[in-house]
Design a protein around this ligand. Sequence first.
Ligand code: PNS
Length: 160
Amino acid sequence: MKRSAVYPGSFDPITYGHIDLVKRALKIFDDLTIAVLVNPKKKPLFSLEERMEIIKEVFKDEERVHVDAFEGLLIDYLKKKKMNIVIRGLRAVSDFELEFQMALINRKLSPEFETFFMVPGLNYTFLNSSVIKEIYSFGGRAPDLVPPIVEKYLIERFKK
Ligand code: PNS
């Protein structure tokens, strides 16, 4: 039986930390759907279309990675897709509380829901999309932390 998982998130934008996690997950799962959250309450830096386009470009040579979008509850998306495993990254203890709560709430809402926690490489434990946006918004650069296509989008977005 094919082992499939969903990796949900905002990915605003995707970083090498997320990419590291996807590569690790592909050693365990046969295919992975990166599900980009549409959150009407949040104003992302990049539109849903941009975030998905970036991710598709990053994984264009990896046929086991699919890119999709979801709105509303994650468990409803999973039910629709007939999947039940979600990948989430744990970088540090500070991630744990929220992730633990989400895992348990999701399981409460849908008993077959499983969260698969993975730890990214040490180089990325301090990394998240917000610090990347902060750096580029002030004209800084961090090419070791985001792929070239993300850099290109960030530079363009913050161009004066
Ligand atoms: O990349 P993020 O922002 O940390 O991802 C968070 C995400 C998308 C996994 C989470 O916010 C989510 O699942 N949102 C959908 C709404 C939902 O299902 N909420 C109930 C669980 S708390």
